[in-house]
Structure formats: structure tokens, C-alpha cells
Design a protein around this ligand. Sequence first.
Ligand code: MCA
Length: 497
Amino acid sequence: MHLTGLFDLSLVGRANREALQYDDGASVRTLTFAALDARAGRMAGELASRGLSRGDRLAVHLPNRIEFIDLYLACARLGVIFVPMNILYKERELRHIVGDAEPKAVVAAVQNGATYPESTVVWDVDELGRAAATREHARMIAPLDGDAPAMIVYTSGTTGVAKGAVLSHNNLAANAITLTTVWKISENDRYLAMLPLFHVHGLGNGLHSWLISGCRMRLLDRFDQRTTPRVMLDFKPTLIFGVPTVYVRLLDTAVMSDDDARTIGDAARLFVSGSAPLPAHVHEAFHRRFGHTILERYGMSEALMIMSNPYEGERQAGSVGPPLPGVSARIVGDEGVVLGDDQVGEVQICSPHLFSGYWGRPDATADAFDDGWFKTGDLGVRASDGYYALRGRRGDLIISGGFNIYPREIEELLLENPLLREAVVVGVSDPVRGEVPVAYIVADDALSTSAIEQSCRSQLASFKVPRAFIRVESLPRTALGKIQKHLLPPWQKPVNS
Ligand code: MCA
């Protein structure tokens, strides 16, 4: 179905209810669903007048703000394919996405100071918002099939090049209908949106569950340990979606007192964690301090949500639960053999939320599937009770603060420097972010570490910049030349860094 039909359950059906609170820089403003509907209609009119129509792409490079939502709703109405880009991305990363998705324009906050490829049409979000505000509210809804693409989400691969996962209206609808059902999200909820809207977690799960259920949402520009606890005390959310780093931060007694934690816990109904593994000790400590058992679930950009611990029933620490309704899963061994319980293999799935393929990459798409099953690249095991546990990745992937980092991308950048002969990037465990990247390099003495770091900083999103560059004489390799990461000298995080 057309996503707009689902959104209208609230935009039209709950027109006079309070939909959203957000900070416009001067004060906290409240909008009803009718007001949101009108904003979306005006924005759709503005985008159409600028030549956007069904099948065109619009890239959006914005932090969380109201216009992000206007643009998303407007694109869905027009059948324009929405391409969110991580706000932390630098020119190198943006150039690749813009070159690949070929959007008609990029919407950005000019004061972000980001640089886009020369030929890119950039629309300043403030100017666009002002232009939209002068338009009549018209409900322009392009007819389209539910299999039409709604979004292209860029996700890096082991090749180091980000590929665009194409998600359809049907994919996003099925995912959100499932989540609102299994997590019992209703219009009585109060949802705190603090995760970035440019990723599937904040957008595909958060924004969609809000719009379908018609609950009340408080939009924050981001999670900030200094300010978010205050908002939690004021807004009293019942529903919180977080990544493990958020929960680790909330457990810090310097961030929040035990009393405040209890107050927040008493008002809340459900805390969900995803995007990275939640350590069992965080699970337990959170239960002690907030009186809630975090519900851990598993998903990825290509497949949206895959598995979830139950709302009713046992939420097991270290497990991601059974597959969600409609999702079929199997564990496959090295020889392509389907394995039984308690055996570790690759998680493969079929699902109504599964993407149709990578934008313009039939070969990568074909590689990602095995006889219709999507190869997640994650290793997992199913217990006899039907719960799954993840056991790492097949390929290399570092997850830092819930953001995915593919070592290959950083290695390729490092090796562009002729004074640097070899480089390997590994994930080192970190108590707050889960993992952080560290680089081992073989380089000429003439090349200073600070110059290498500076070059990474200017070209990569900050979370991808290695925390340390360790010089080694040579990289330990097998006879076949494969790098033996376990033989690299260990790195100790300096105190206070
Ligand atoms: C982080 N930074 C940001 C933001 N988030 N800057 C601007 N806007 C943001 N939204 C930067 C900071 O500037 C800083 O950069 C660095 O990241 C760490 O920030 P810090 O203040 O120390 O924050 P923190 O307390 O460590 O918390 C970080 C965070 C952030 C807020 C938890 O990591 C985050 O929002 N993660 C969520 C990622 C997410 O939504 N992933 C979903 C992917 P510097 O280092 O330069 O100072 S979707 C997915 O994985 C699948 C589908 C799934 O299953 O969900």
C-alpha cells in the first residue's frame, strides 16, 4: 500500500490530537496531526513546483528537525524516493551517495558547512521551508503501487563502497504495522525521538510507529547526556528507542541520580535496544536502576526489523528473540547446509520487510541472496526455545555508538597516501560505544601520525576516525597473505580519552 494511507490514520483520523513537540530554537512548540498534515501538503506542493515527481530521488542531509518530517511525508505523497544521509558524513562520503543515487537535489542546512560535489543542486532547508509555508495546503497524492521504492538507505559493504538499499512502501508499512502490534504501541504512548532520523532505527521504526499509532512524539535534535535526562523527566516518555550507548550513558550516576532514574522508569512502559549488541551487564544494571527489562531486538537497513524479544514473555539478555511475525529465518553453515538448533552459522531470512535490492547494482543484489533468502552476514544460533543469539559478523564490521563502520572503507582511504604502505583497521572493545576503530599502519617515518589523523578527520565522519594509529614494522600475515588480526599488538585506550 501507499504509505500515505497508513500515515493518514493519524494525519486525518486523529487530526485534532497533539502529535509532536519540538524545539524550534526559541521555545518548545506543539503541533496537532492536522497541522502536520498541512505542513506536509505545503512541502509537497513546493517540491512539485521545483520539478520533483514520482521516481525522482531527493537526498536529505539534515539533523533531526521538523522539516525532516515535512520532507519525508511530502516525498511519500509524491512518490519521490527519499535518500537520507548521515549528518556526520563528509564530502568524500557524500560524493559517493550523490553520485550513486543521482538525486534531483540535496536538502541541507547551509550552516552545516558541508561540501557537496560541484554539480549538485543544494536547497537550503530554511529557504525551502519558507517557500513551502507560503503555499496552499493541497493533498497531492501520486498513485503508486506498494512495491514502489520509498527510500534508499546507504549502507557500507565489505567492499568499502556504500550501497543503496531500496526499501518500498510495502516494506516500511509491514515493518511498522508489525512493531506497533508486537510492542503494543498505541495512541496513549509518549515516544521520545532522540535517535537520528537519517537511519532506519529512528526513521523506519520510530517515525513510522508514531505516525501509525498516533501517539505523541517529542523530537530531540539528538541524544545528549547533559540535556536528555531533563527532557525525559519533563516529557515522561512511555516509549524509548535507544542504542546500547544511550543505555550505558543513562546508567552513569553523573548523568542521572537514582531517584531520577526511578521516576523515568515509573513513567515508562517500554525501553527498546537495537543497532548493536546490548551487553548482559547493561541489561541487568538497567533493570536494577530503572525497574525495566530492556527489550532487545535485531534488524538491519536492508531488512528493517528481523527478530525481537517478546513484549509479553521472557526477554532474555544476550538474545534477540524469535523472528518477528512474517519473518522466516534459518541458520546456514559454510557448505550451504541448513543447520539445526545450537549450531552457529549465517542468519538468512525471508521477510515482508526485506528490501528488493541495491540501487543500480544487480551483481551485489544477486550476491546478497541465496535462493530467495537474504544472507544477513551475521552469525547466529537458534536455541531449542526458538530464541536466536547473534555471534558476530561473517565480514568485518565495527559498530560504534550504533553507527556501522566498515574497516575496508578506512583502509582504502589510508592507502591513498603513498607514504603509507600497509594498513588494517580493527574494532577494539569500548565500554561506552561498544567498539571503536583502531588503525595499524606500516608507514614512512616522514609521515606523521597527526597528518594521517588529520586527513581522516577531514574526509570521514567523526565516528569512523581511528582512535589510534599504531605503527608496526609489518602486518602479521598468513602464508596466503591474509592479515592475522589476532596477532596485532593489543591497544590500550589511554585513561581520559
Ligand atoms: C553523534 N554525534 C553526533 C550525533 N550523534 N553529532 C551530531 N548529531 C548527532 N546525531 C557525534 C558527536 O558530535 C561526537 O563527535 C560523537 O558523535 C560522539 O558523541 P557524544 O556526544 O560523545 O555522544 P555519545 O554520548 O557517545 O552518544 C552517541 C550517540 C550516537 C548519541 C548514542 O552514537 C547515536 O545517536 N547513535 C545512534 C546511531 C543509530 O541510530 N544507528 C542506527 C543505525 P566527535 O567524536 O567528533 O566529538 S540503523 C541500524 O543499525 C539497524 C537498522 C538497526 O537494527 O537499528
